[in-house]
Design a protein around this ligand. Structure first.
Ligand code: MRU
Length: 354
C-alpha cells in the first residue's frame, strides 16, 4: 500500500517487535504501534488497532513468533500453547486468525531444538504475511476483468490494504483496474457502527487516487435503484464449505438488494478464509461486540479535536453483531487467488484440493 507515496504493509515484524498501522487512529492520524510481546499483540487484535481478516491472521502469526522468540530453552512449547490460546480468544469470526495459528503450531510440532522451533515459527509467520500479500495481488489480477469499463463498484466495510498485509481483497481488483488505466469509481458504505467504510476505505482509496463516494449504509438500495452501481464487491471473514459467507454486518442486506436489482454480487477472499470444517453459515461463530460501539460515535470536532459523543438515550437496549451471514445462493461468485468459482460445495472442495 502507498501512504503519502511511501510503501507500507499493514503489519510487520522487526526483530521480535510487531509493528502495525494503528487503525483506531485513521483517518485522523497515521501512527505506527510497536508491540513487544504476544500479549500486547493479542490486545491490539481484540481492540481493533489491527482489524480485517487477513491482517489479524498475519498479526496472530507474528504473535506466535514473538512467544517462541521470548521463551527460554525448555519452555518454547508451553509459551506457544499459551500464546495460541490468548490469540484464539481475541476475535472469533475471521477464519484467517485460526488458520495462521494452526500453521505455526504445525511447523513447531514434534521434537526439535528450541532454537530450531524459534526459527521455524519466525519463518512461518513471515511466510504467512508474504502469502497474504501475494494472494491479494493475485485476487486483483483475477478480479479485474469482472469490472466493466467504466465501472461503478459498491463495497462495504474495508476489505482493502488495511484488512490484509497488503493489496486487500474486495479493493484489490479496483486497485489493479485503476493502475491499468480503467475508469473505476467506488461507492463506499459508511459501515456503522465502527465506520470502517467512512474511516478506512474512503481514506485508502484517496491515497491511491481512486474516485470514491461515501454513502450512508441506508442509501445503498437507492443507489442501486437509480442504476448507479454496476457491481457489488465485498470481502469475507469466513466462508463455509457450502459457500455461505460471514462478512461485516450489513453485507446480507446488500446481497438481497443486489439480487433484486440484478447486479452481480461477488465476494473476494483468499483461500485462507475458507473453512472446510464449517459445513454452513449456521455454524460460523458471530462476534458480538460492546454496546458502546453503537451508542457512542467518534470523530473530530469542527475545530479538529478528537471527540466521542453519545447518539442514543441513556440505557438504550442494543444488539451489536459484528458480522452477518449471506447465504451462498446470493453470490454471483467467489474471487480467490486461485480463480473465480461458484459459491457452492463442489466448486469450493475442488478449489481447496487443487
Ligand atoms: O470487524 P473488522 O473490521 O475486523 O471486520 C472485518 C472486515 O473488515 C470486513 O468484514 C471485511 O469486509 C472482510 S475482512 C477482509
Amino acid at each position: 500500500m502507498r501512504v503519502n507515496g511511501t510503501h507500507y504493509r499493514t503489519v510487520w515484524l522487526e526483530g521480535s517487535t510487531v509493528r502495525l498501522i494503528d487503525q483506531r487512529r485513521l483517518p485522523f492520524a497515521f501512527e505506527i504501534l510497536s508491540l513487544r510481546t504476544y500479549q500486547e499483540t493479542a490486545e491490539a487484535i481484540r481492540d481493533m488497532a489491527v482489524r480485517g481478516a487477513g491482517a489479524i491472521g498475519v498479526a496472530a502469526g507474528f504473535g506466535m513468533a514473538q512467544a517462541a522468540l521470548a521463551a527460554p530453552d525448555g519452555a518454547v512449547d508451553a509459551a506457544l500453547a499459551r500464546a495460541a490460546s490468548a490469540l484464539r480468544a481475541t476475535r472469533p469470526t475471521a477464519r484467517n486468525l485460526f488458520y495462521a495459528i494452526e500453521r505455526i503450531e504445525a511447523v513447531v510440532a514434534g521434537p526439535a531444538a528450541p532454537a530450531a522451533k524459534r526459527a521455524r515459527a519466525g519463518e512461518a509467520a513471515q511466510a504467512l504475511a508474504d502469502e497474504d500479500a501475494r494472494a491479494g495481488e493475485r485476487i486483483g489480477e483475477i478480479g479485474q476483468p469482472l469490472l466493466p469499463s467504466p465501472a461503478s463498484v459498491l463495497t462495504h466495510c474495508n476489505a482493502g490494504w488495511l484488512a490484509f498485509a497488503d493489496w486487500g481483497t474486495a479493493l484489490a481488483p479496483i486497485y489493479r483496474a485503476h493502475r491499468d488505466g480503467k475508469a473505476v469509481s467506488v461507492f463506499a458504505t459508511e459501515t456503522r457502527p465502527r465506520a470502517q467504510g467512512a474511516r478506512l476505505t474512503a481514506w485508502e482509496l484517496a491515497q491511491e487516487g481512486v474516485p470514491c463516494t461515501l454513502i450512508p449504509d441506508t442509501a445503498a438500495g437507492s443507489a442501486m435503484r437509480q442504476g448507479l452501481v454496476n457491481l457489488v464487491l465485498v470481502g469475507a471473514d469466513r466462508i463455509a464449505a457450502n459457500g455461505d459467507v460471514a462478512n461485516k454486518i450489513g453485507t446480507y442486506q446488500l446481497a438481497v438488494l443486489a439480487r433484486t436489482h440484478r447486479i452481480p454480487f461477488y465476494v473476494a477472499a483468499p483461500t485462507s478464509t475458507i473453512d472446510l470444517g464449517c459445513p454452513s453459515g449456521d455454524e460460523i461463530p458471530i462476534e458480538q461486540r460492546a454496546d458502546d460501539e453503537v451508542v457512542w460515535t467518534e470523530g473530530l470536532t469542527a475545530e479538529g479535536r478528537p471527540a466521542r459523543i453519545r447518539i442514543s438515550p441513556d440505557g438504550s437496549r442494543v444488539r451489536n453483531w459484528a458480522f452477518d451471514v449471506t447465504p451462498a445462493e446470493y453470490l454471483t461468485g467467489l474471487v480467490t487467488e486461485r480463480g473465480v468459482i461458484r459459491a457452492e460445495l463442489r466448486a469450493i472442495a475442488e478449489l481447496m484440493h487443487a
